[in-house]
Design a protein around this ligand. Structure first.
Ligand code: DQQ
Length: 539
């Protein structure tokens, strides 16, 4: 058993077996969080897609129900693909999803409603016979037309987006409805960008300009900015912009200075795809879910009998600068914290690594603040790197190549003699006009295993260094390291498959390979307990 299960996660969301992908229609209803997700009930590869269904009181402990939506009608016989929930003003939820109608993956949009609104578990969903709600018209590419969003309301109309492409242009088509039944395509898409390819799983929502509270999707006005996120199937990366939603023209205009395309802002610079947010009215938060695929050889997925996890749900809100989003694992996760170890004022000279002992390092939560006394030793930033992806800069510099200010950070899922380790670290560079801070989660040294995808995931984080501190939080869970830099200004998730550094053979270290001495001002590490994970609801 253990041989196959060695890389299963302890506290990240997954069903007992088989393939999972996109989180679908997350919502809060009558005291329960509902999460649906793309699921293959027959195996550990993508296919036979249904909507699996789980519920939770706290976003951490999950119980499973029977699949909610599965092929059964002419309008979804070949698959039930991704979609979203809208909770109507009267409190009733409606799901929109993409139905596959033939072998060529022709796509239409359907709706489903609860069979019994008084059941807080929403066990049974009905797909009325007046489906579909949206057929692709003659101008739309019917095999690239999917993933309806949550609806929002403005000026007498409901609106939804549907992801698509026209040739190489990524498109978010806009549909309007007065009665939530008859949907009419708007003349113009809400937004589209040349050269980005298919826009999967668009997500469009307001964020508050003042404070961390989330907003209902229909909130507009002075105190609000909008976020548009899309998933690009050509690169398997997502990007987002913030901007203005002009409801008169029904168009979205990204803010000046933001990049609308491949090199734009990302919710996560690692393995994170098909993400979706929802508004949680019980806590006034907006919560983000993302899927992390395996980076293992698909044959191994079959051997281990499962593939894919959902990352820890994150609260998401607008940075006071207005220039990016901030994210943080939901506070409920902290309930799983068990044994705690602390370090404070620990000096790290160049070449030092210090073990953080007596926690279960394969299943842990670590929160650390590093400080340094000067920025003077920061290495020069090579202007050629501006043309590179951060991941390539990380590949050039790595965690071992001695630097000035950094590399310093954590060695996660490390074997005792460091044959294997996943370093998560900062490197600070001095560019012409400012410092550039790279956060890297480098899987290249993560495993001696063969045929793994081991990318040097990285991103640059826009952070004020005047207090000469950088913080890092990493959620370590057997085959995933999910990291948040500088208080949630950047996130990077990596899937890794150590062969030696497993269970009690996994270790955690803090390290510094830069010439500037680093102080671990304060470090807290916790062993993480295992929650209830998709045990069937007792009927
Ligand atoms: N996965 C779904 C699609 C979506 C894609 C199919 C994104 O609806 O576009 O499983 O991962």
């Amino acid at each position: 058993e253990n041989v196959n299960q060695v890389h299963r996660t302890g506290y990240h969301f997954q069903p007992p077996r088989h393939w999972i992908n996109d989180p679908n229609a997350p919502m809060y209803y009558k005291g329960l969080y509902h999460l649906f997700y793309q699921y293959n009930p027959k195996g550990a590869v993508w296919g036979n897609i249904v909507w699996a269904h789980s519920v939770s009181k706290d976003l951490i402990n999950w119980e499973s129900l029977e699949p909610a939506i599965y092929p059964s009608k002419w309008f979804d016989n070949y698959g039930c693909w991704s979609g979203s929930a809208t909770v109507l003003p009267n409190g009733e939820p409606v799901i929109f999803y993409t139905g596959i109608v033939d072998k060529n993956n022709s796509q239409i949009q359907n709706y489903a409603i609860p069979a019994n609104l008084s059941d807080p578990y929403l066990r049974e969903w009905v797909k009325p016979d007046d489906n579909p709600i949206v057929n692709p018209d003659a101008n739309v590419n019917g095999s690239a037309f999917r993933d309806p969003t949550t609806a929002w309301w403005a000026d007498g109309h409901w609106r939804i987006l549907i992801g698509s492409r026209r040739k190489h242009r990524g498109v978010a088509y806009l549909y309007r409805s007065k009665d939530f039944k008859k949907w009419v395509k708007a003349k113009h898409p809400l937004h589209s960008v040349q050269g980005t390819g298919m826009w999967e799983c668009p997500d469009f929502y307001p964020v508050s300009l003042s404070g961390e509270n989330g907003l209902d999707p229909s909130v507009m006005g002075q105190n609000v900015k909008h976020v548009l996120k899309v998933s690009l199937d050509m690169t398997r990366y997502e990007y987002y912009t913030m901007g203005t939603y002009d409801k008169k023209e029904d168009k979205y205009f990204p803010d000046e200075g933001l990049v609308d395309g491949w090199a734009g802002l990302r919710l996560d610079y690692g393995n994170f795809y098909a993400s979706k947010t929802f508004f949680d009215p019980s806590t006034n938060r907006r919560i983000l879910w993302g899927w992390a695929n395996e980076s293992d050889d698909p044959h191994k997925d079959k051997d281990k009998g499962w593939a894919g996890i959902q990352l820890i749900p994150r609260k998401v809100w607008l940075d006071p600068s207005g220039k990016q989003l901030l994210q943080w694992p939901v506070a409920e996760l902290e309930k799983l914290r068990g044994h705690n170890v602390q370090l404070s004022n620990q000096m790290l000279d160049q070449g030092n690594h210090v073990e953080v002992k007596v926690i279960t390092a394969a299943q842990a939560d670590v929160d650390v603040t590093f400080s340094f006394s000067s920025l003077d030793k920061a290495e020069p930033f090579d202007p050629n790197w501006d043309k590179l992806d951060a991941l390539d800069v990380c590949a050039q510099k790595g965690s071992k190549d001695p630097g000035g200010l950094g590399p310093f950070g954590l060695l996660t899922l490390a074997s005792e003699n460091l044959e294997e380790f996943t370093p998560v670290f900062f490197r600070v560079f001095k560019a012409a006009d400012k410092h550039k801070v790279l956060l890297c989660s480098d899987a290249r040294s993560s495993s001696l295993g063969k045929e793994l995808y081991k990318p040097s995931f990285a991103g640059f984080v826009d952070v004020d260094l005047t207090d000469k501190k950088l913080s890092l939080r990493s959620l370590i869970d057997h085959s995933v390291v999910e990291s948040f830099g500088a208080g949630g200004r950047i996130a990077i998730s990596s899937r890794v498959y150590p062969t030696i550094a497993v269970f009690e053979k996994a270790h955690l270290y803090v390290f510094n390979n830069g010439s500037e001495a680093i102080t671990v001002e304060n470090l807290n590490a916790w062993s993480m307990n295992t929650p209830v994970m998709n045990v069937p609801v007792k009927s």
